[in-house]
Design a binder for this molecule. Structure first.
Ligand code: ADP
Ligand code: MG
Length: 617
């Protein structure tokens, strides 16, 4: 064994650099954070060969004196902890590690000049060796040039990906920082070509931020997102949350910031999943940008050298704030669905054409904000009564309606002859007909709405079930004649084992001999239902759940199964009153814009867009 000794400073710095500077993007992050901490209003970043041969960050911040320059590349030298208080971190930096780390693994040159200084100064560091400061022709601000990153640590060099991939990672990092700092202009150049550019945004923080998010994430996102604003115990949550139907196959479009610092944290992803779980199926992910502002004493950013993780003193409060804040904006959005749905629909109508987002706006209430369901319209109440139906619910009506409305030729389906005129009170319009026994066509003030009645109904059943569970329990309707459903013994066992749980969901069942179940009451909200089909499907579903899973934990799935056998399933003809009742209930029901799997329940096309389809515009 060799003798015990202290490692030389360059080696120490190289070891530290391994944690702080993982790849070009992390060097850029540290340098840009320094520029932001220096109060810059304009930051220009240039990369060559993905950052391998050159990274340069140029800012108009407060700059450094010759003395600062000599000191700033020493380990743990920082101007950002005036009271040595790690509980009071008010800058993005605080560890004093970035510049010495970069200096240890690359060739570093810093030119800087303070605003009122007569001259600028430059220093150079090569593989940890400092060359004496010399005067520089630099005007105000600081420029840091990093050449030949990792030339001093060839092992790390081997782990770099392609130039393109490294550039992409840097671009992503710049976008994150740009989202959090709308008042600052950013330019990222790949050699000469500008890959990203965002001028300093003007106006109040929220306006500036919306403009910046539109630039970074695209206008489409901003148009399909809801403003979030919530506060609890001095912690403030703001940002934009995409409507559930505007979703993605992965979670890469979820951005979180704590006190202006981009972070990746399980707490956030978990809370977001919790807030959206009712609206998105497993593989789909919300798109959102959230900003959390909290007293520095309540958050520890000193968790990881790259400062990408944080710890909260009270994680439960933060989680509650996020879940609660998101749920309430999603509820307030009512039935709103993504506008891109209509864009895709129009794209599909025009072969070869690029799907474009049409002009689309949800009817809004005076005072701005999103449409809020209206509770007290008399006609809506009547329609609702028809839809809930005291005797037999919709199903009885639906059958009568079917007799009444089916044209003998079978071609004309439901006609809504004397339906009311479209009005602003009915954002989803007035039903004009049903096609293919599945879709409701409604006329709105300035367009048409197509509703997938089955998807919508499934959602309404779920939302009603939840509501009733919270209130007085799920209402049941007794069957005149109890129905006996024969099934496999194993299936019957599964159903019987869950009898108590099923009862709490409105379904009264009992064992009836070895291979049968008798059903005495069904959930009233289903209307008349196909009991045999429902029991068989439930048995299949229970076979997939493990014993310990409560049905309430899988309420969405259970409700989907129930809705499939309820009165408004696809293929069921509806009369005008029923269709309108369905539309009114959708308007009144939060979250009805998407089905239990995150797909839209309706598509709205504006007259303008329809006219454009026909070349009238
Ligand atoms: P930290 O940011 O944690 O303080 P760094 O190694 O990144 O550590 O920077 C060390 C110091 O150098 C900073 O505290 C700051 O005083 C100074 N500095 C670095 N970059 C700039 C810049 N762009 N403009 C002005 N001062 C800077
Ligand atoms: Mg720093």
């Amino acid at each position: 064994m060799s003798a015990l000794r202290r490692l030389p400073e360059t080696t120490v710095n190289r070891i530290a650099a391994g944690e702080v500077i993982e790849r070009p993007a992390s060097a850029v992050k540290e340098l840009v954070e320094n520029s932001l901490d220096a109060g810059a209003r304009r930051i220009e970043i240039v990369l060559r060969d993905g950052g391998r041969s050159l990274i340069s960050v140029d800012d108009d911040g407060h700059g450094m004196s010759a003395g600062d320059l000599s000191l700033c590349i020493e380990r743990h030298a920082t101007s950002k902890l005036p009271d040595d208080d790690l509980m009071d971190i008010r800058h993005l930096g605080f560890r004093g590690e970035a510049l010495p780390s970069i200096g240890a693994v690359a060739r570093l040159r810093i030119d800087s000049r303070q605003q009122d200084a007569d001259t600028g100064w430059a220093i150079q560091v090569e593989g940890g060796r400092l060359l004496a400061p010399e005067p520089s022709s630099r005007a105000r601000g600081t420029r840091v040039e990093v050449r030949d990153l990792f030339f001093a640590t060839p092992a790390r060099l081997k782990f770099l990906k392609t130039d393109r991939a490294e550039f992409g990672a840097t671009l992503d990092m710049i976008k994150r920082l740009a989202m959090a700092h709308p008042e600052v202009g950013f330019t990222l150049k790949d050699d000469q070509r500008a890959a990203f550019q965002a001028g300093a945004e003007q106006g109040e923080l929220l306006d500036a931020r919306a403009a910046r998010l539109a630039r970074v994430m695209g206008r489409e996102f901003v148009e399909n997102a809801l403003p979030v604003e919530a506060e609890r115990d001095g912690i403030r949550l703001t940002g934009l949350a995409g409507v559930p139907t505007y979703n993605r196959g992965n979670a890469t479009q979820q951005y979180m910031f704590v006190n202006g610092r981009p972070v990746r944290d399980k707490l956030f992803t978990g809370a977001v999943r919790g807030a959206y779980q009712d609206f998105l199926s497993g593989g789909r992910h919300a798109v959102l940008v959230l900003f959390l502002d909290v007293d520095p004493a309540f958050v520890d950013v000193n968790v990881h050298p790259a400062k990408a993780e944080v710890r909260f003193r009270e994680p439960g409060v933060v989680r509650g704030l996020i879940v609660g804040g998101l749920r309430s904006v999603l509820a307030a959005a009512g039935h709103r669905a993504s506008t891109t749905v209509a864009g895709q629909a129009l794209g599909a109508f025009r072969p070869g054409a690029q799907p474009e987002t049409p002009r689309f706006s949800m009817p809004s209430r005076p005072g701005g904000g999103n449409y809020m369901p209206r509770q007290d319209s008399a006609s809506a109440r009547e329609a609702f009564a028809a839809w809930q139906g005291p005797e037999g619910g919709m199903a009885g009506v639906a059958e009568a309606a079917a007799r009444e409305f089916i044209d003998p030729s079978g071609r004309v389906e439901t006609q809504a002859a004397d339906a009311p005129a479209p009005s602003p009170d009915f954002p989803l319009g007035v039903a004009r007909g049903q096609v293919h026994g599945t879709y409701i066509v409604a006329q709105t003030m300035d367009g048409i709405v197509l509703v997938d009645q089955h998807a919508a109904h499934e959602r309404l059943v779920y939302e009603r079930m939840k509501r009733q569970l919270d209130d007085n329990g799920v209402a049941r309707q007794g069957l005149l004649l109890p129905e006996v459903v024969e099934m496999d013994e194993a299936d019957a066992d599964r159903i019987a084992a869950r009898a108590e749980e099923l009862e709490s969901l409105g379904l009264m069942v009992e064992r009836f001999g070895p291979g049968a179940i008798v059903v005495r009451e069904t959930p009233a909200l289903l209307g008349q239902c196909d009991i045999r089909g429902l029991l068989n499907d439930l048995a299949d579903e229970l076979a997939e759940f493990d014993q310990a899973t409560g049905l309430k934990d899988r309420l969405q799935d259970v409700c989907s199964t129930m809705a499939c056998h309820g009165s408004v399933r696809a293929g069921r003809r509806l009369n005008a009153d029923e269709m309108n009742a369905l539309l009114r209930e959708m308007e009144r029901t939060p979250h009805s814009g998407q089905c239990n799997h995150g797909r839209p329940t309706y598509v709205e096309l504006h007259l303008n867009d329809i006219e454009r389809l026909f070349g009238r515009r």
